[in-house]
Design a protein around this ligand. Structure first.
Ligand code: C5J
Length: 227
């Protein structure tokens, strides 16, 4: 197994092509398009929509290097049996999880709003994890899927940086994965929260993980399978 590196903060990220994968968190219409869950909470979704081309470039780079790409979707069963009332009833959104909206029922599996945006649609054979929580390891088969494939290093993209991306990074870090956040392929409705997340995960010698730009990651994985 050859070890290669990606230029990252707080120091270079060492990886092996056999062990690395990209995980794209919740790039769903409900978070990035007007009329969805994110907008129902009063957020300006345009910041999130703006990263779609960068996420697409990162995905293309992993596919070109023949490295695995996994996708997650935050969504619930139509009967809401996997949605705790504490989640559905919190706050005063204009639409709650399960309500009818312009893109179908909010955050319900199978509805148009719960789908990944068309530009980033998973290829046949790519793993798609439907998750009821913020973290992608909670109540899903993600850990078993990664273990079966020998993956122990994860590059993170998607939304939102401080909620589902950071929660999943922390879950992965505690499970022994090396975690690298693609700083320009993730976004938050709140710029200060994104900046704080990047700072807090890389502080203290990378206490949760590493951070790097999409360009640096693509340069690092270029030809990874040929090394
Ligand atoms: C949120 C997510 N923000 N995917 N979900 O509720 O980050």
């Amino acid at each position: 197994m050859t070890t290669q590196t990606i230029g990252a903060a707080p120091f270079d990220f060492p990886f092996a092509a056999e062990e690395i994968a990209l995980i794209v968190i919740d790039m769903q219409r409900d978070f990035v398009e007007p009329g969805g869950f994110g907008a129902s909470l009063g957020n300006d979704v345009s910041r999130l929509l703006a990263i779609v081309p960068t996420v697409a470039r990162l995905i293309d780079g992993f596919r070109a290097a023949r490295l695995p790409v996994l996708h997650t979707r935050e969504c619930h069963r139509p009967d809401l049996s996997d949605c705790p009332p504490a989640k559905r009833l919190r706050g005063a959104p204009s639409l709650r999880i399960g309500d009818d909206g312009p893109m179908g029922r909010i955050l319900i599996a199978g509805e148009p709003g719960a789908e990944i945006v068309p530009e980033l649609v998973p290829l046949p054979g790519e793993t798609v994890i439907d998750k009821p929580g913020k973290g992608a390891f909670y109540a899903t088969g993600l850990g078993d899927i990664l273990a079966a494939r020998g993956i122990r290093q994860l590059v993170f993209a998607g939304v939102t940086t401080e909620v589902c991306v950071q929660t999943t990074m922390r879950e992965a870090n505690d499970r022994g994965y090396d975690c690298l956040l693609a700083t320009d392929a993730t976004e938050s409705y709140f710029p200060a929260f994104k900046a704080a997340t990047v700072e807090m995960i890389t502080a203290q010698g990378g206490i949760v993980g590493w951070a790097a730009t999409t360009d640096a990651i693509l340069a690092g994985i270029g030809g990874a399978r040929d090394a």
